[in-house]
Ligand binder design. Sequence first.
Ligand SMILES: C[S@@+](CC[C@H](N)C(=O)[O-])C[C@H]1O[C@@H](n2cnc3c(N)ncnc32)[C@H](O)[C@@H]1O
Ligand code: SF4
Length: 355
Amino acid sequence: MVVALGASPATRRMPNLIQNAKAGVYFARSLYNYKRGRAKPLSAVFVVCNRCNLRCKYCNSPFLKERELSLSEIDTLFTNLQHTGIFRLGLTGGEPLVREDIQEIVKLAIQKKFYLSMNSNLLLYHERPHVFDEVKFIFTSLDGPPQVHEKNRGKASQEGVVDAIIDLRRRKKPVVAICVVDQQDFTDIEYLIDLAERHDFKLHFQLRGSMPEVSTKKVLRGQLAPQTDNDAYRDVWRKLYMLKKRTKSIVNSKNYFEKILHWSDYHQFAQKTQNKSCAAGYGYIYIASNGLGYPCCLIKDTTQGIDLLTQNWIEKFHDKKPCNDCISGPYLEFNLLYKNPLASIVDLMAGYGRG
Ligand SMILES: C[S@@+](CC[C@H](N)C(=O)[O-])C[C@H]1O[C@@H](n2cnc3c(N)ncnc32)[C@H](O)[C@@H]1O
Ligand code: SF4
């Protein structure tokens, strides 16, 4: 859903309403097709590069050796995505800001009229603030107070990040900070909530995980540590759910929390359940830096990529996936939206729209 954070002045309301109406139309079309077993994705995430200025302990991206598309190939890719009917395009990495031509990539996306979001660790924000001029929605990362964040993400990895968020909010850009839930204790979480409330941004809590059960890769840095106790981990999520009732800054939906609280083993991120079909490939797609498209990033090495420079997703997609149910942070909210649209829309509007 496209919902505007902090959109109170009347001058800002109109474009947001139009944007939300447009999102609604694209979503309705995508949902209609999904219910009939046909792919009509409305959202795509494109990895502009795997290169990164950090080496976070849970992240595989900087270790992937995939080629990057040139600017003219990206132009072709975006044209093809536009023809596929994509509404929302997310640019991610690696770290998008390490790509010298990121501003040109943003320009190409805007020319195609995508609703554009970007994930960035914001470490290079102060050198390149104009990259965000036309980006509608920004996701960044905050794992806790500086010492906790640095334990996960490396030395000086939070330097200037909060200032960048403050500046983005001054520019009326909606910002959601993703917090990977791992070893933080509760004061770390409360610290984040206090920071978000003070500076008027939002928080999305995300399970730490990867997909050893459906992955063939040897290097997998994402997994939850084997010694992590399921009940203790569930307890952290239960407390987060309680906090959501107290603060406007947590955007995870109620259904998202319910799903996570009822998951039996957090070390197993995904499963195959009979008579179920997740929305991966139908409602959203993931595009690796080399232009190959996949239903989602977690099954990239166990499903065949579709070359989106030369092929059309809708024609080539087939639902051969190693799993169909998961608690993966980026996808769970989307899957709930397709499974239970009305309740999810209300839920998400409540999270993203208020404040
Ligand atoms: C891959 S990063 C790309 C954008 C940017 N470099 C950043 O860190 O914000 C996108 C998000 O994925 C999260 N992430 C990376 N590995 C993860 C894992 N194994 N489990 C959960 N979240 C993860 C990061 O914390 C970040 O918020
Ligand atoms: S999480 Fe983001 S900043 Fe950290 S290594 Fe991965 S891509 Fe880089």
